[in-house]
Write a protein that binds this ligand. Structure first.
Ligand code: NAD
Length: 453
């Protein structure tokens, strides 16, 4: 017995009724999302604090405001995005109407992770609803306080005939995935991404996979160490390092490392005080399993800064590791915590070689006062996104697509890219019914006359 059958059947029927196609219906859903964010701000902040010890500032900028921004943008542009897109025609279709129609896929499944449990459910949801789909949302079971809010409160703001939240962990998700969906949008680890893609393949369902990996951060000798340290430490420790686009490791010369270390120590003390554990601005690791894995990584290389941990609170101090070997676990797996290894390279070419020998990352960072160096890193590598001289600020631009490449994922979203991701781009040509005499030139029997076409 499939526990999801009734829900999915209900949503499929709602889609077939055509109600989600109307612009007004879509706008009503988006307005509902906006009200959900505004009316439950405290509840959402509390859930984020309970799950991740997330500070009110980080919750506001990276979860609530980013989601609200996407809602507002979609509402403002909905009708323009929905419009048929006229395309240029060739000689044979001069009298015709040629356009791309953006159609909803139908029933969409969104599977979300725990690290930005609001943003990574709401932002895809905006795109899916704006595009006129019915949606099943599967939040992460690990961020359980946010899971509860999404299951109990969010549906009150949306048309329940077209939207459902389903709950569960790996087992339930795999059972859910046995069903046919028209599109699957997954955010999570590459390991589970493969499970999702294999399940989708059985139904030939298209997927977007927003995955993770190790994001390199090249620091050139020609830099201001304190500026680099401020930016790298902030982005490494934002959300306690549990960010898919966080810089995962630094590549620099040994000389630059020696200039960076005191600057990083100074940044950590200024941001989080002498005792970072008591700082209200530093979060905690989401769960015991994730904490133990990170604690194990503290044994790699040599601790240059930090290194403390406390299991009772799932606290890991902002930590910098040096003398790290490529073969050690900290350089083999995505870190996903406030731990930053530094790997020494002898210059730009060696750094580019180091990066291109590995899987293509979700993001790549390069710091230098010399713009030519930044351009050479950009030209010599590939990654989902790129940011020169800063941390993940490129992610805040809805005019840029967000997504991975290779092992870091496939597909893109944010802003109009979300609407396009959740829409089938239907190629349409409306041909004139008459003028058969002119068109008859194409028919057999073929002769030299046809060859001139
Ligand atoms: P995860 O892959 O363990 O879980 C993601 C979702 O899949 C959850 O809803 C979970 O319930 C479900 N799931 C877990 N195991 C499953 C299984 N065996 N079968 C079916 N479903 C399963 O990821 P996570 O730990 O929640 O998140 C961390 C990972 O997500 C990191 O790798 C991170 O880089 C990545 N991530 C990527 C992005 C991005 O936008 N590219 C954003 C955030 C996180």
């Amino acid at each position: 017995m499939d526990p999801f059958a009734d829900t999915l059947q209900r949503l499929r029927e709602a889609f077939r009724s055509g109600q989600t196609q109307a612009a007004d219906f879509r706008a009503t859903q988006l307005k509902g999302l906006g009200r959900f964010l505004r009316e439950n701000k405290q509840l959402l902040q509390d859930a984020l604090a309970q799950d991740l010890h997330k500070s009110a500032f980080e919750s506001e900028v990276s979860e609530i405001r980013m989601s609200q921004g996407e809602v507002n943008l979609a509402l403002k542009n909905l009708r323009a995005w929905m419009k048929d897109e006229k395309v240029p025609r060739n000689l044979a279709t001069q009298l015709d109407s040629a356009f791309i129609r953006k159609e909803p896929f139908g029933l969409v499944l969104i599977i979300a992770p725990w690290n930005y449990p609001l943003n990574l459910t709401l932002v895809p949801l905006v795109g899916a609803l704006a595009a006129g789909n019915c949606v099943v949302l599967k939040p992460s079971e690990i961020s359980k306080n946010m899971e509860r809010v999404l299951a109990e409160v969010l549906p009150r703001y949306l048309d329940q005939s077209c939207f459902a939240v389903v709950l569960g962990g790996p087992e339930e998700t795999q059972q859910l995935l046995e069903n046919k969906f028209d599109y699957i949008f997954f955010t999570g680890s590459p390991r589970v991404g493969k499970i999702v893609m294999a399940a989708a393949a059985k139904h030939l369902t298209p997927v977007t996979l927003e995955l993770g990996g190790k994001n390199p951060c090249y620091v050139d000798d020609d830099c201001d160490p304190q500026t680099v340290a401020n930016r790298v430490v902030w982005f490494r420790c934002f959300n306690t390092g549990q960010t898919c686009v966080a810089p995962d490791y630094v590549l620099c010369s040994r000389e630059t490392q020696e200039r960076l270390l005191p600057a990083m120590q100074s940044a950590i003390t200024r941001f989080y005080g002498e005792d970072p554990k008591s700082s209200p601005d530093l979060g905690r690791i989401i769960g015991e399993k994730q904490f133990r894995r990170l604690q194990g990584l503290l044994g790699c290389g040599r601790v240059a800064i930090g290194g403390q941990s406390d299991e009772s609170e799932r606290y890991i101090a902002p930590t910098v590791l040096v003398d790290v070997q490529e073969t050690e676990p900290v350089m083999q797996e995505e870190i996903f915590g406030p731990i930053l290894p530094i790997v020494n390279v002898r210059g730009l070419d060696e750094a580019v070689d180091f990066i291109t020998r590995r899987e293509k990352p979700l993001t790549l960072y390069a710091f230098s006062n010399n713009s030519q160096v930044i351009k050479r890193v950009l030209a010599g590598t590939s990654s989902g996104g790129f940011c020169g001289n800063d941390g993940f600020m490129h992610v805040t631009l809805t005019t840029l697509p967000f997504g991975g490449v290779g092992a870091s994922g496939m597909g893109r979203y944010h802003g109009k890219f979300s609407f396009d991701t959740f829409s089938h781009h239907r190629a349409c040509l409306l041909h004139a019914p008459g003028m058969e005499k002119i068109y008859a030139i194409r028919y057999p029997p073929y002769s030299p006359r046809n060859q001139r076409l």
